[in-house]
Design a binder for this molecule. Structure first.
Ligand SMILES: Nc1nc2c(ncn2[C@@H]2O[C@H](COP(=O)(O)OP(=O)(O)O)[C@@H](O)[C@H]2O)c(=O)[nH]1
Ligand SMILES: [Mg+2]
Length: 663
């Protein structure tokens, strides 16, 4: 597209690392896009902003960000592999944003390309609105002809240059039939057109044009086009169709959304209206610093202007403005509603912030990022590296909010959560090269819990005689099992002042503090009742510390006698895979102590629902992807705690003992 629009004079190739969109070093090395590529150009007197997004599942959040600020989703489908999980996911994002759509089926030069099957599948998956506006005449090697079903002509391409001519006689019947299907589909979206179509059996060129335009805008039709991007076949047609049939942001009704108090607002896409714009991406560029990517929904901006960041309650002054093509920047003096621009050096503004005006502020709905899937513990390689690691991670998170970094007190580890193995890899690489922060990652600890099955009693006397004043406290208590989820309960049944009432809080405190590091293997204790029923004190030596220690020891003793057990977190796991991988996935889930709860068919995908212990889910997304050649995905969600099987409990307890001995 950039080549056709005259932005570049040579077509780049992924294999040579010369494409405009994938310019980042790690993108060139991996030969794939890792982030939104911001591009622009002109076609038929129309300015086009293009956000090229990665297809790889780890970077799906980028696609979601881009879709949030676009007026059209052009969903590119591989002409050989067809509709994939990634296709389905971006489709669902586009549906969430109620975005007009078009489909481009690419790689028509491949001899194993299957355009018709893919159109059929797309119809089945995405609905009857899917309608081809072209016929790829000779798919396979040497592909160079497309029939344009809107204008009923043949376009023959030579070195990317399309020349129109009449449809050859032998193609006429097929072309007429498909043309009628298209016209009928257009007519069905509008009553007036339907009447005309019934009485005339055809629609005029003007009616087809305006009808298709309206239907695309209202999500009633989804045109399908074909291309061979290698040889530029279909590219100029694609640009023609985009410019002619896709709603220009300037002529749209404007972004409509619900404000925080539930009212519907529509932003007029006019330069005269007050500024409303969303930051959808922050990119750190070498030698340039941070570039803030902004989509304007209404109003305009120019250098020197003061704008209001409504999320941070801060004023920002606009510096230079750029239009981007990869890392090429063209300075502009103004940007208006509908446009996408890059800004330099904003002090307080980050992804998902709304830039607006103080006297008429709006707050745009934020991009909601997909749940990250792979979690590891992260620590600096060397002591004292904590600051660099934390600074680096918070900076990276500003550029890419689809990663999560937090401290988890339950397992006492710093946790990094990413969208997949590759995403994780790029984060660690950037930490090292950009922030000099070398880190080590490891499997997260499992937050097991401890509880008891039975009841038991415990007793401890704490007594110390050192020099001056001694220490004395003695506690008798009972522990009882409680129902799951009931938590901890403390009761006092001491009579006759055997433990003076002012020391009872210390007894309780001694037990509560023990709950954090359970007697069995050091995990949190849950659902236990403890009743202190007797004890002894000494008029001089007794103090709070003595009763705390005695209570803690008595509790440990009772707990270990009351059939202690370990509980582990169980997750519900939903796996979506193409049918042929189902056997492998089920076998693998069983080997992870998983229980299969159900299966559903969804087109040519299978959905498997299972319950799997968290301990068995380490890097499951990675395994699933390699098991299914990247075509499977899963979601997981915490369900409940369950007993750890006896042999595994034994192993965990032994390991905990060993670790404690080493300490
Ligand atoms: N045969 C053929 N290969 C293509 C065509 N377009 C892209 N490719 C190849 O398909 C692979 C993926 O292309 P890429 O642009 O990285 O896809 P992306 O994932 O959408 O960014 C690369 O190896 C390209 O060289 C095409 O029209 N025909
Ligand atoms: Mg790409």
């Amino acid at each position: 597209m950039l080549y056709k629009m005259g932005v570049i004079n040579r077509i780049g190739r992924i294999q040579d690392g010369t494409t405009v969109s994938d310019y980042d070093r790690s993108e060139i090395e991996r030969q794939m896009s890792l982030k939104i590529g911001v591009l622009n150009g002109d076609w038929n007197n129309t300015h086009l902003n293009v956000l090229d997004t990665p297809g790889y599942a780890d970077f799906i959040a980028e696609s979601k960000s881009a879709l949030r600020v676009c007026d059209l989703a052009l969903v590119v489908i591989d002409g050989v592999s067809g509709v994939e999980i990634g296709t389905e996911r971006v489709w669902s994002f586009a549906s969430e944003y109620e975005l007009p759509r078009m489909i481009l089926i690419n790689k028509m030069d491949r001899s194993d390309a299957e355009p018709q099957t893919i159109v059929d599948v797309a119809k089945e998956r995405f609905g009857r609105q899917v309608v081809p506006v072209q016929i790829p005449v000779n798919p396979g090697e040497g592909f160079d002809q497309i029939i344009d079903l809107i204008n009923m002509r043949l376009i023959k391409y030579d070195e990317g240059q399309g020349t129109p001519s009449d449809i050859p006689a032998e193609m006429e019947d097929e072309a007429l039939e498909k043309h009628s299907e298209l016209v009928e589909a257009i007519a069905e979206t509008d009553e007036e057109l339907m009447e005309k179509y019934f009485s005339d059996g055809e629609l005029s060129a003007e009616d087809i044009e305006s009808g298709l335009k309206k239907a695309v805008r209202n999500l009633e039709l989804i045109p399908v086009l074909f291309s061979d991007a290698y040889n530029g076949v279909g590219v100029s047609e694609l640009l023609d169709v985009i410019v002619q049939y896709v709603p220009s942001p300037v002529h749209s009704v404007g972004l409509t959304f619900s404000t925080e108090d539930g009212e519907k607002t529509t932003l007029e896409p006019k330069p005269e209206a007050p500024l409303a714009s969303l930051v959808f991406k922050v990119i750190a560029e070498q030698h340039v610093g941070e570039l803030t990517m902004l989509r304007l929904f209404s109003g305009k901006i120019s250098p020197g202007m003061e704008v209001f960041n409504v999320n941070k309650n801060q004023t920002e002054r606009i510096g230079q403005l750029y239009r981007l093509n990869g890392h090429n920047r063209d300075e502009v003096t103004e940007a208006i509603a509908g446009d996408i621009v890059a800004l330099v050096k904003l002090r307080h503004t980050h992804t998902n912030d709304t830039l607006t005006v103080r006297n008429a502020p709006v707050s745009l709905p934020p991009i909601e990022f997909p749940e990250p899937l792979i979690a590891v513990s992260i620590e600096p390689k060397e002591k004292g590296g904590e600051d660099r690691m934390a600074t680096g991670l918070s900076q990276l998170r500003e550029e890419d909010p689809s990663l999560v970094f937090k401290y988890d007190p339950e397992i006492s580890q710093s946790v990094l959560i990413a969208q997949g193995e590759l995403h994780l890899g790029t984060i660690l690489e950037r930490l090292k090269t950009r922030f000099g922060a070398e880190v080590v990652t490891a499997q997260l600890r499992i937050p097991y819990q401890e509880t008891i099955r039975g009841n038991a009693e415990g007793h401890h006397r704490h007594k110390k005689q050192t020099g001056g004043r001694g220490q004395f406290g003695e506690v008798y208590l009972r522990v009882e099992a409680r129902q799951r989820g009931e938590g901890f309960e403390f009761a006092n049944q001491v009579v006759g002042g055997n433990i003076p009432s002012n020391f009872i809080p210390a007894v309780e405190k001694g037990i509560v503090e023990t709950l954090d590091r359970g007697p069995l293997a050091g995990y949190k204790v849950v659902d236990v009742a403890a009743t202190v029923y007797d004890g002894k004190h000494h008029p001089v030596d007794s103090d709070e510390v003595s009763f705390k220690l005695a209570a803690s020891q008595a509790f440990r003793e009772a707990f270990l006698k009351a059939s202690p057990i370990l509980l582990e977190p169980i997750y519900s796991v939903t796996v979506t895979v193409p049918e042929e991988y189902m056997g492998d996935v089920m076998g693998d889930l069983s080997s992870r102590r998983g229980r299969i709860n159900g299966m559903d068919t969804d087109g040519h995908f299978q959905i498997i629902r299972a319950e799997v212990p968290l301990a068995e889910l380490d890097r499951y997304s990675t395994t699933l992807r390699s098991m299914t050649q990247g075509r499977g995905m899963h979601l997981q969600e915490f369900l409940r705690y369950e007993d750890v099987p006896g042999d595994i409990q034994h192993k965990i307890v032994e390991e905990a003992k060993k670790a404690q001995d080493e300490d």
